[in-house]
Design a protein around this ligand. Structure first.
Ligand SMILES: [Zn+2]
Length: 343
């Protein structure tokens, strides 16, 4: 199999068949390009403007998505594809190359914060990270209606494995997103509006929502490792979304927490920010149920060794869905999130 190097304007997202590309975006330093892997498979029933895209490595140190999509590149057979499937195992190649959350070897930006107005199209925002965002908007959004953004916690946070969606005014859209999320088989499905506090400005997921896509995002592991269950959930979730939207032939059975009825739908909300820099000690694991007022973790200040630690308390009863991963945390960093069960 030859993987062809092309510019974004040379991508063929329409003709029936399979094409494996390296998409070249000009390098800002050396004479050459950043090469983003993209495979597009177009089946006989593909409709213009419709398809599924799955992204890995929006952040460069989150590995379940890249590993799962790399497997799917071999697993999905062209004879079984009916519609359009676009697989991007590594989106932020600049960050992935250095194994970092941000593009630290290049312009230093976090790709998941640069989906802002003018990204990649104005001279002040012309570095590689902004141009990856522009590439997604110009070359991928017009051809897909389903967007799966596969994240994990990297070195920022640990998570109960979750798949989430942002709720909007259209209930049909919410239901579709919820079903897509449930089919991953994860223990926790999160729902909630995308907005402050806790909202992400300039995120890929929010940009997809803004363009009316059926978009979902995941947190499938943490610690810059490859999580056994995380990879399994990711492979299942992408395949299920493709099959259920008529893009791929075949049948698929529910797995794990989706199959055995232990999956929980929760409302994202009650997070605690570190009031000062310190060292975080979790007292429960992510995924555990807690009661309102329960102390979930402690923030220690080793420069005030003889003072009591700050108690990180659950503001609502629910499931602990996220906590700081590294012990050292910065002031203002989200160190614990508890989510109310709604279904
Ligand atoms: Zn991420």
């Amino acid at each position: 199999m030859t993987r062809q190097i092309v510019g974004p304007e040379q991508l063929d997202m329409e003709s029936p068949g399979r094409r494996d590309y390296w998409v070249a975006l000009g390098h800002t330093s050396v004479w050459g390009s950043h090469l983003i892997p993209l495979t597009v498979i177009v089946g006989p029933q593909a409709n213009p403007g419709e398809g599924l895209v799955a992204f890995g490595a929006n952040h460069g140190n989150e590995y379940e998505g890249p590993v799962a999509i790399k497997h799917l590149l071999r697993q999905i057979r062209i004879e079984e594809v009916l519609g359009r499937i676009v697989l991007v195992p590594v989106l932020n190649v600049a960050a992935f190359r250095v194994g970092a959350r941000e593009s630290t070897g290049d312009d230093g930006f976090n790709l998941n914060r640069v989906f802002v107005e003018g990204a990649g199209t104005t001279p002040a925002m012309a570095g590689i990270t902004h141009r990856i965002a522009a590439f997604v908007r110009q070359s991928i959004w017009p051809h897909v209606h389903i967007v799966i953004d596969l994240h994990s916690g990297g070195e920022v946070a640990r998570f109960a494995h979750w798949v989430g969606f942002f709720t909007c005014a259209a209930s049909e859209l919410n239901q579709r997103r919820e079903q897509m999320a449930r089919w991953f088989g994860v223990p926790v499905v999160t729902a909630g509006p995308n907005g402050p506090p806790g909202g992400i400005l300039g995120g890929l997921h929010g940009d997809a929502d803004h363009h009316g896509k059926y978009a979902i995002g995941t947190e499938l592991g943490h610690g810059s490792s490859v999580d056994v269950r995380g990879v399994r959930y990711a492979r299942q979730g992408v395949l299920a979304a493709a099959i259920h939207h008529g893009l791929l032939k075949g049948k698929i059975e529910p797995i794990a927490h989706h199959a055995d009825g232990t999956q929980r739908l929760v409302r994202i909300g009650a997070s605690v920010a570190a009031p000062y820099p310190g060292h975080y000690e979790p007292l429960v694991d992510c995924g555990e149920r807690v009661v309102r007022g329960q102390t979930v973790g402690l923030l220690h200040d080793f420069y005030r060794l003889d003072e009591d630690p700050f108690e990180v308390v659950a503001a609502v009863a629910g499931i602990v869905v996220s906590q700081a991963w590294g012990a050292r945390v910065a002031q203002g960093q989200m160190i614990m999130m508890v989510a109310e069960e709604i279904g």
